[in-house]
Design a binder for this molecule. Structure first.
Ligand SMILES: [Fe+2]
Length: 261
């Protein structure tokens, strides 16, 4: 991903906070994302290239897509008759914005590090490795922990939506999503909308990354068990457009990191 795209994604990402989150949470969130801007702007969305957006800048690219999908699905659910008064648009955007936050790791430790194991990288396509210094927590649990440990409150609806965003791909969500008694079912469609938005975004990212590769036959006798390397365009050299783009970045750390791409 080129530096200009990483920067425009970051502006889109923080723009959702500016446009949809009310004070004082808005300022708290902007402060949080400013503090961890360098890490979050550069993070992949997953550690393995067969998974979605496993490239530098992939996380923010994914989250922005989830927010766009969530806003579009919000309208579709309303058009189809869902009761969209059971949640607010702020809750919708906040949940989409922070659904995968736990992927960043914690305050001290990044969750993903560039893989130093060449064998795993080449044979298994694991571009990134988990940071063993980071104690285990599920992504939703860590998302909620990171928010609360930085004084960012969330509503009951947001808690359930972030917790269950993987839908029934995560068995732990059965208690929320497979209740047969009416009183045990979610009182809002928000968790289903966030899950659909995440599913839609990840599927689109798969299509963008992999369908072009399937246009060509897989090389015979290839030693790797994967289909090739990430197809993202090579990083561009600094140019006028890049300099212009970088001039509006406030964070010096983020600016120098982007400048070095
Ligand atoms: Fe996601």
């Amino acid at each position: 991903m080129v530096a200009e795209k990483i920067q425009s994604n970051w502006l889109e990402f923080t723009g959702y906070i500016q446009d949809h989150i009310q004070s004082p949470r808005k300022e708290k969130l902007l402060e949080f994302y400013e503090k961890y801007g360098e890490r979050i702007a550069m993070m992949p969305a997953s550690h393995k290239k067969e998974y979605h957006n496993a490239f530098v800048g992939g996380y923010v690219d994914h989250v922005n897509r989830v927010i766009r999908c969530a806003l579009a699905l919000h309208k579709t659910w309303a058009d189809m008759g869902a009761d969209i008064t059971t949640y607010t648009k702020e809750e919708l955007v906040f949940s989409a914005l922070n659904h995968d936050l736990g992927k960043m790791g914690d305050e001290q430790h990044e969750a993903y590090l560039p893989n130093t194991d060449q064998w795993r990288k080449e044979k298994l396509g694991e571009e990134w490795m988990f940071n063993k210094a980071l104690p285990f927590a599920s992504v939703p649990d860590r998302s909620l922990f990171m928010l609360q440990s930085h004084g960012i409150s969330y509503s009951f609806n947001e808690m359930v939506a972030i917790q269950t965003h993987d839908g029934l791909y995560d068995e732990a969500n059965k208690k929320y999503l497979m209740g047969y008694l009416p009183e045990q079912k979610p009182r809002t469609s928000l968790p289903f909308i966030i899950h659909q938005a995440d599913l839609m975004a990840a599927r689109i990212e798969f299509e963008q990354e992999w369908l072009p590769k399937f246009q060509n036959p897989v090389t015979q006798g290839k030693s790797s068990s994967t289909l090739g390397t990430n197809s993202q365009k090579p990083v561009t050299k600094p140019g006028a457009a890049k300099q212009k783009a970088l001039s509006s970045v406030k964070s010096e750390g983020l600016k120098s990191m982007l400048d070095n791409l």
